[in-house]
Every structure is written in structure tokens, then in C-alpha cells.
Write a protein that binds this ligand. Sequence first.
Ligand SMILES: Nc1ncnc2c1ncn2[C@@H]1O[C@H](COP(=O)(O)OP(=O)(O)O)[C@@H](O)[C@H]1O
Ligand SMILES: CC(C)(COP(=O)(O)O)[C@@H](O)C(=O)NCCC(=O)O
Length: 316
Amino acid sequence: MTQHSRPHSGTYLSFSQHDWAQLRNSVPLTLTNSDLDDLRGINVNVSLQEVSDIYLPLSRLLNLIINSQQSRSAVLEKFLGNYPKRRPYIISIAGSVAVGKSTTARILQALLQRWPEHPKVDLVTTDGFLYPLEELQKRNILHRKGFPESYDVRHLVEFVADVKNGKQDVKAPIYSHISYDRLKDAHINVNQPDILILEGLNVLQTAREDTASGHSQYVSDYVDFSIYVDAPQHLLKQWYIERFLHFRDTAFSRPESYFNHYANLSDEQAHETAGHIWDTINGPNLVQNILPTKNRAALVLKKGADHLVQQVLLSK
Ligand SMILES: Nc1ncnc2c1ncn2[C@@H]1O[C@H](COP(=O)(O)OP(=O)(O)O)[C@@H](O)[C@H]1O
Ligand SMILES: CC(C)(COP(=O)(O)O)[C@@H](O)C(=O)NCCC(=O)O
């Protein structure tokens, strides 16, 4: 274990994959057959060895931190004489498009909900808070999807604040990668979970300086623990292209898909198209708006080839 400097707030402890994996020895829960089925259902490409080595120790760390926060709240409530009101613990997961945020979030959800202290774990992705397609077109920012100005930040912050304040039945909009738009008639209902996992490109971002809306609260004001999933840019581009090729063979071939016209691209054309989208939209967004937020995270997972985590940084 070594130390790394963390420009804005102290230092990180650094663990190699091997050292971090040793910490799983103290995880009392092991994976049952039904857990394994759940995890395979999330993504067949996820290695179960990786789940044991990386994500089980992480779930234990989070369990310990959450337990200590729950005890602290109970003490405070007892001291103040109020009826204990438990507020959801909020974990955010940031990182580039295609780094594996949603896969990481779903693995953590599956693992965290097995702990008796916090069985109800909800998951929301911030892409639901992108402005609807029509609005993006009206503002002429369709080519800026994923950039800060493409999100309804006010709505997102209001949502997170409501969940944190223990409001019942808080609704989150849902984004569809098939229609490339927010779903009109569906939403996720978040009803006083023990934990909310909030995943998205922008969860570590603060309000834009140029904003006219004047919102002064950030998602991070309500987040208890933040994770950044990191990987070298050449791998991110490769993973984006591979996912695009997969979508070409599955989602894009559905008639209701916004990208239906991509379904018939040859391998070479699909490569070129996805590479172009990466180079003109997702790559620049990463460099300009996502990477600069990395050092705000409490924990960084650094991936290498095949999505395998090679290093874990934990803020002291
Ligand atoms: N741990 C993992 N092991 C193997 N493949 C993964 C892993 N995480 C993500 N992937 C693959 O990488 C691509 C991007 O993952 P995804 O979770 O959709 O990323 P994001 O939500 O960050 O855009 C997908 O094709 C997914 O199957
Ligand atoms: C909706 C997104 C901003 C969100 O990214 P994700 O949830 O995949 O990390 C992204 O998938 C996207 O649509 N980017 C715009 C360019 C593109 O079509 O990839």
C-alpha cells in the first residue's frame, strides 16, 4: 500500500489489485448460487473472480462506513430526543461513457442489498435527467449530449435532495438507449431506500459558472460516498466501439430504435461511425468535463484491459 497525493483534499491510499483482493478474506458473506445467477444476469462478461477480488471487499468497506453513519445518527437522535428518522445513504458512481459505470452500479447494488443492515438498495442513472430529445434539438445541442448543458441539473438536484430528506415515492425519469430519449410514460419510484446508488457522467460535477439558472446546490451536497471508475482513454474508445457493434446487432435492429439506420452498417463502417462519435462527442466530454472531477472522488477504481481493476485509490 502506498500513498498518492490528492490535489484538493488530502491523500489517497493506493492498493494494487493483489493487496485489495486480500481484504476479501475478512468478508463474512460469500456468494451464494442465487447471487451468482443475479451477477451473471447483470453482464455475462463480468468475471466472477473480479467480483470476489474487487467488489466484495468494496461492499464490505461500504457496509462498515454505512453502519458507522447509522450508529452516529442513532446517537444524535437519542441525544436530541427525536424519533429516529433514517436518511438514505447515497453513493455516486462517476466516470466516462463506456467505462462500466452502470455495470459497476448493478454489481454493487446486488452485493450491498445482501447486508441485513441495508437490504433496500435503489439504483438511478442520471441519463434520465438529460433534457428530452425535442428539447435538445430545440436548443441545438443534440451533438452535446452528455455535456453539462444537456442535463436538467435543477431537476436532478431536486430529486436527490428529496430522496435524501426521506420523502416518499420520489420519481426519477428513465432514459432509453433505444429511443435515444427519455421515456414518456415510465419512471423509477424511489421510496425511502436504505441506500441510493446514483450513477452518471456528471455526479461529481458542480454547477457551471456560465449558468443563467442560478442553482447553487450540487448533487455532491447530498452524496455520502463517491466512486470514480477510471480507465486509459484508448481502452474507453475501444469499449465504446465494441458496445456500439453489440448494439448494432441487437438494439439498433429494433424498428423503434433511433439508430435503426445503423443496423445495416458493415463492421468497418460501424467501427468508423462509433470512432467518429467518440472523437467528436464522448472523448472531448471526458477530457473537458469528466476527468477533471476525478480527484473529488472518495474512491477510484482504475481499470486496465478486459475491465479488470488494477489499482484502487481510497481517500484517507
Ligand atoms: N466489469 C466488466 N467486465 C466486463 N465487461 C464490462 C464490465 N463493465 C462493463 N463492461 C462492458 O463495457 C461496456 C460499457 O459498460 P457500461 O456499464 O454500459 O458503461 P457505462 O454505464 O459507463 O456507459 C459494455 O459493453 C459492458 O458490457
Ligand atoms: C446518454 C449518454 C450521455 C450517457 O452515457 P452512459 O450512461 O452510457 O455513460 C451517452 O450514452 C450518449 O448518448 N452520448 C452521446 C453520444 C453517443 O451517442 O454516444
